[in-house]
Design a protein around this ligand. Sequence first.
Ligand SMILES: Nc1nc2c(c(=O)[nH]1)N[C@H]1C(S)=C(S)[C@@H](COP(=O)(O)O)O[C@H]1N2
Ligand SMILES: [Mo]
Length: 320
Amino acid sequence: MHRKYWINRVNSIRPSDITPEGVWLDRRRWLAGAAVLPLAAAVARPAVAAPAPPPLAASRNARHSVDDTPTSWDDITSYNNFYEFGTDKGDPRAHAGTLHVRPWSVAVSGEIEAPGTFTLEDLLKPHPLEERIYRMRCVERWSMVIPWIGFPLGDLVKRLKPTSRAKFVAFKTLYRPREMPGQRAGWLAWPYVEGLRIDEAMHPLTLLVVGLYGRELPNQNGAPLRLVVPWKYGFKGIKSIVSIHFTERQPPTSWNLAAPDEYGFYANVNPAVDHPRWSQASERRIGASLFAATRPTLPFNGYAAEVASLYGGMDLRRWF
Ligand SMILES: Nc1nc2c(c(=O)[nH]1)N[C@H]1C(S)=C(S)[C@@H](COP(=O)(O)O)O[C@H]1N2
Ligand SMILES: [Mo]
């Protein structure tokens, strides 16, 4: 893949410089980044949580919903990973109010019949929205249960008519450092990029998401459009998407570029494959009572019956 096309600014950072997804902070880098954040927030608007977004109607798809108790709205919208707004879990809610999510457009390019640019409205128009309650598992070993609103990515892929050379789909987040203070720090090479194999993108569980809990997506959760792949670690779920690119070759992904020994392209949830620095055998369910919080990690995050066949012949002990 042509890195230049995807990455505006490549940083020569070592894995030890990278913040969570479990890693320690390089103190100088952190201080530099921390100085940027309050300043940006003060200039743009005070760092207070935005009001809840407008309601968004969608009927529940029970067949694709789990029975686990959903995590609270407060937890889902205040404990976030969105490094464009900072590396602390509370930073996205505090700072993402500065992001303008309208107007919004999405470029579709590469191996498809008619490359071009859609307004968000035109992109969404043909697709009926549904609610699906999915498990969500971060590689940092916490999990949630989230009532998303969206539609299958596969329906959009079909509509875009990929050529026979389209083997992968690559996604890009907005690059707008004026509104995304984290992009003025070197935590990752911006913009954030992610990708799926085309059969993963076509799988009926893979969602493009525009809302949660009966409302439009809060900025901190990736407004106005994000990806959700429930059997993979959360970092695959790229937020605030502005580009969808079809390609013959496996595209670069942000966390793999930052720490190739730690974060793979496939990143399927797997209790048997440990992260180099910690076990993935168990997880902590955010908001659950002390006794119920720690639970075993499920293969493919509990979606093995639906997705394991995608990986026939692959060595699941590797997550690269
Ligand atoms: N653009 C972008 N997308 C991103 C991230 C990010 O930092 N930037 N973090 C990822 C990670 S590590 C996780 S766990 C999920 C968190 O989604 P949530 O905050 O809605 O729970 O978003 C993913 N998508
Ligand atoms: Mo994550």
